[in-house]
Design a protein around this ligand. Structure first.
Ligand code: DMJ
Length: 913
């Protein structure tokens, strides 16, 4: 690690080699490349190829950032499908996700330090000037304290950190006078009123202009917040205090962390997902390392690295020990209950946990990091991206993917720790998939459904803040970066804070917590951050040897549900427990078993809990089974070449696109446009895919009319202006209640926004060819290349298309659900694809409840199940905390527990990531 960058903020003294240097160096050692020589195993990647990939990352960043600056700035985010800015209040609300948007040019601020990492110093200088000129932090808008802290405060501080580094170097930013830091301080003061609670935990939201208390604030009535929301402040707040000398920020962040630590569940040392900010009670008692908790753990370890305060490491180690004991079930990381940590709380994992292997590298626990990362990579290879949630047998549970960077982050840290070129190949795959599936003419679009390849009109700011940084750094050699990255620590949003802050302005009193840790056994911590040089010296194939047994873990996994199996009941030959799918309320034996579940023993109680969980899953699954999965309309003609994929609603009649070959054809509008009578332009739609407007008659009638005119397929476009698949639940078109076997052509439904993308394309290019399918198909690169000469202008027009068609005020539109009731005779079935409970019932996603008992069909599966079972048995045998399972509990308390758990399961189903 070299000497600190040399810059300083107001009030800071010249950075010195700090007394914490051992601390930071120890952690940093975990990040030192193990070796540049890789004798056997994965082939090393040549410098040329690494440079090529690095250049590709730069080009991709330019595409994302350039389009944001050209088409969206000063809005918070780019909407890459309609090629315009997302302005809060001018788009239909997306719920909590919108709380990141504060009308403060979020993407620009979040991108600042990425520009420097990517060597775009000139652009950085321009961007800083724009922030200073244009950004207003005093808007009357309610924002998330967490998001504003990690993205905006973090972005300003990361920008400041690199601005002073550049200034010190003497070429760029010579005019800079801590202006970003002043903005950061202004924002810090705006966030402070959120901490006005007795617990010291912040309110989850704040009005930038009016704070919390004022009636105009429209916030301050919340009672709960997520653990990560309250526990992910210390890096930014401490940096702000140390840069400025105003200690109040660090004090507030420390107080919130102290409170969370006090409230940890004492027997398991775990924390729940949400907590009451007034009483400190856990509202959700499930606990994992993903959504809702993730960066709380990250900040404990990183606060130790940045601030050199041992108490943070002790806390982290205590939690880490609990995580490895209960949540880690290699290669899985599964949520458990904080008060019953041997009981899994879920049968699925969320995508946010993909950061955890990276944190394990920082901690120095490489083996489980390699295992989990490998499992995640296999899920990615199956679906191109990591779905927002996937089950323990690796089926899609929640199909969205908003271009999250966590997996790239872990890949980068694992490469740094192992030097294994395998991780460079992983990075290459990530780049290829982004270009192949997410790149659109106007940026990169989030995946609405990784199975269909359909897009969402969204490019989150973290994509620029994090993804490009980690991908670029993965392939960069030291000389490719203009400063020493190891002098900095990454915040959770990948903003860079200099390690020299450790010794600057340390006036905040630290809590003396030594006595709290005496109960801990030091052996818990003996794997803390070993030097990778020691870890791998004689065995350069270490990482590969860990991955090898997991090579087929995803492909060959057998469906299964709850992993921990009680060995006693299996050994004793006792009757298998009653499963939800078998339950019949009229069966007296079943009723008897059900009663027993609450009373006889804790094992029965555990069966009871599982039964309730299965019941909930079963009922939600049964609902889902009435539903068809979304379909895709892909524009394949010049200049789109398959790059735009629109989410389409299926029809309950006509051929099933998942079973039949997709339909490809040019589109033509039908006359009359509503398709409710015999077409007057059959020659125009003959052999084509007819566009029809929704309304006036049944969907089946429209289908028959266009079929009679010779159309090979149909797309019904919603007549509710402004409706969009981004905000409305998926619709499926119902039949007319009669026999629809005569309808032989496929029909799909597009909301108005997606429909107008096609209509605008016709206006611009006349000939527009689309593919109707269950899943977007790969583009044809040859075709794309052939047409390249004329494609630049066209590509720009393509980018503009939707934006010109979207000049409608989208606020206060009648919702599609309402309108389907009020003004449309067709019966539409809303399908909620935005919630975890909305998994399709496609073959791929068979009933998870059935999976609970599926017997293994081949040896490999049996082996895996056995392995997991053995591991579970070992854990239970050796774990003193399982004793909760041996005491009989009174029925009231068990029922109360059930209720809590049922509530927790229900809330998890509605979970927002
Ligand atoms: C980022 O904003 C941060 O990494 C945060 O901690 C959680 N997730 C998003 C990106 O997925």
């Amino acid at each position: 690690m070299s000497e600190a960058g040399g810059g300083r903020g107001s009030g800071s003294s010249v950075p010195q080699r700090a007394p914490w240097s051992l601390v930071a160096a120890t952690a940093a050692l975990c990040l030192v490349s193990a070796t540049s020589v890789w004798p056997v195993g994965a082939a090393p990647m040549s410098r040329e190829e690494k440079q090529k990939l690095g250049n590709q990352v730069l080009e991709m960043f330019d595409h994302a950032y350039g389009n944001y600056m050209e088409h969206a700035y000063p809005a918070d985010e780019l909407m890459p499908l309609t090629c315009r800015g997302r302005v809060r209040g001018q788009e239909p609300s997306r719920g909590d996700v919108d709380d990141a948007l504060g009308k403060f040019s979020l993407t620009l601020i979040d991108s600042l330090d990425t520009l420097v990492v990517l060597n775009k110093t000139k652009e950085f200088e321009d961007a800083v000037r724009k922030v200073l000129r244009d950004v207003n932090l005093d808007n009357d808008v309610v924002v998330s304290v967490f998001e504003t802290n990690i993205r905006v405060l973090g972005g300003l501080l990361g920008g400041h950190s690199l601005a002073i580094m550049l200034k010190e170097k003497g070429e760029y930013m010579q005019w800079y006078n801590d202006e970003l830091l002043q903005m950061a301080k202004q924002l810090g003061y705006k966030l402070l009123p959120a901490f006005n609670t007795t617990s010291g935990l912040p309110y989850p939201r704040i009005n930038l202009k009016f704070g919390i208390r004022k009636p105009e604030a429209r916030t301050g009535t919340e009672t709960d917040t997520c653990t990560a929301c309250a526990g992910t402040l210390i890096l930014e707040f401490a940096a702000l205090s140390r840069f400025t000398g105003a200690t109040i920020f660090e004090e507030y962040a420390r107080k919130a962390l102290d409170f969370l630590w006090e409230k940890r569940q004492r027997s398991s040392n775990l924390v729940g997902v949400t907590i009451n900010i007034h009483t400190g009670d856990w509202v959700r008692k499930d606990s994992g390392v993903g959504a809702g908790i993730d960066s709380y753990y990250e900040y404990l370890l990183k606060a130790y690295v940045l601030l050199g305060d041992d108490s943070f490491l002790e806390r982290f180690n205590t939690h880490y020990d609990a995580i490895m004991r209960y949540i880690s079930q290699p290669p899985l990381l599964l949520d458990v209950h904080i008060h019953k940590p041997m009981l899994n709380a879920r049968t699925w994992m969320d995508a946010l946990l993909a950061f955890f292997p990276g944190l394990q590298v920082l901690k120095g626990d490489i083996r489980p990091a390699i295992e989990t990362h490998e499992m995640l990579y296999q899920v990615i290879k199956k679906h191109n991206f990591l779905p927002e949630a996937f089950t323990t047998d690796f089926r899609v549970h929640w199909a969205q993917h908003p271009l999250r960077p966590e997996f790239a982050e872990s890949t980068y840290f694992l490469y740094k720790a192992t030097g294994d070129p395998y991780y460079l190949e992983v990075g290459k795959t990530l780049i290829e998939n982004l270009n192949k599936y997410a790149r659109v003419p106007c940026g990169f679009a989030a995946m609405k459904d990784v199975r269909t390849g359909s897009h969402e009109d969204r490019m989150d700011s973290f994509f620029l803040a994090e993804m490009f940084k980690y991908l670029y750094l993965l392939f960069a050699d030291k000389e490719d970066i203009i400063f020493d990255i190891e002098d900095y620590i990454f915040t959770t949003e990948a903003h860079l804070l200099p390690l020299w802050l450790s010794t600057t302005n340390q006036r905040v009193s630290k809590k003396n917590t030594t006595s709290e840790y005496t109960e801990l056994d030091d052996s818990n911590f003996d794997w803390t951050c070993p030097n990778t040089q020691i870890l791998f010296p004689n065995d350069p194939l270490y990482a590969q040897s860990i991955r090898e047994p997991l090579k087929n873990v995803v492909d060959k996994s057998c469906p299964r549900g709850i992993i921990r199996v009680r060995e006693e009941s299996l050994r004793s030959g006792a009757k298998p427990p009653l499963r939800a799918r078998d339950f019949m309320a009229t069966n007296p034996e079943h009723l008897e078993i059900l009663k027993k579940m609450g009373a006889a023993s804790s094992i029965d109680a555990e069966d009871g809990l599982r039964f309730m969980q299965e019941m909930i899953e079963l009922s939600s699954q049964q609902q889902k089974e009435q539903q068809l999965p979304p379909r895709a309309v892909q524009i394949v003609s010049h200049p789109f070449f398959g790059r735009v994929v629109l989410t389409a609603g299926p029809a309950q009649f006509g051929p099933d696109l998942s079973k039949h070959k997709e339909t490809r054809g040019f589109v033509a509008s039908s006359k009359p446009y509503n398709g409710c009578s015999e077409l007057t332009n059959p020659e125009a739609v003959m052999g084509k895919i007819a566009l029809i407007q929704r309304g006036q008659c049944m969907f089946a009638e429209k289908a028959r009319n266009i079929q009679n005119a010779g159309a090979i397929g149909g797309i019904v476009i919603d007549d509710n202006e402004g409706s969009s698949s981004d905000t409305a639940p998926l619709f499926q078109m119902a039949g007319d209640g009669k026999d629809t076997d005569d309808i032989k052509i496929p029909m799909l439904f597009l909301f108005s926004k997606e429909g107008s993308i096609i209509l605008d394309a016709i206006r611009e290019y006349e000939e527009v060819e689309v593919l109707l399918s269950d899943k977007a198909k790969d583009r044809d690169p040859e075709m794309e290349n052939e047409e390249q000469p004329s494609s630049e202008n066209d590509s720009q027009s393509a980018e503009q298309i939707a934006s010109r068609s979207q000049e409608i005020d989208l606020v206060d539109q009648e919702s599609p659900e309402e309108s389907s009731v009020n003004s449309h005779p067709e019966s539409l079935s809303p399908v909620d694809t935005d919630s975890a409970a909305s998994v399709s019932s496609s073959e791929q996603d068979s009933n998870p409840v059935e999976n609970l008992e599926t017997t293994s069909l081949d040896g490999e599966c049996t082996d895996l199940d056995n392995q997991l079972q053995e591991q579970s048995e070992t854990e239970e045998d050796s774990n003193p905390n399982v004793s909760w399972g041996q005491k009989a509990q009174p029925i009231d308390s068990i029922l109360a527990d059930w209720n809590e758990d049922i509530e927790a399961f229900e809330m998890m189903d509605k979970d927002e990531l």
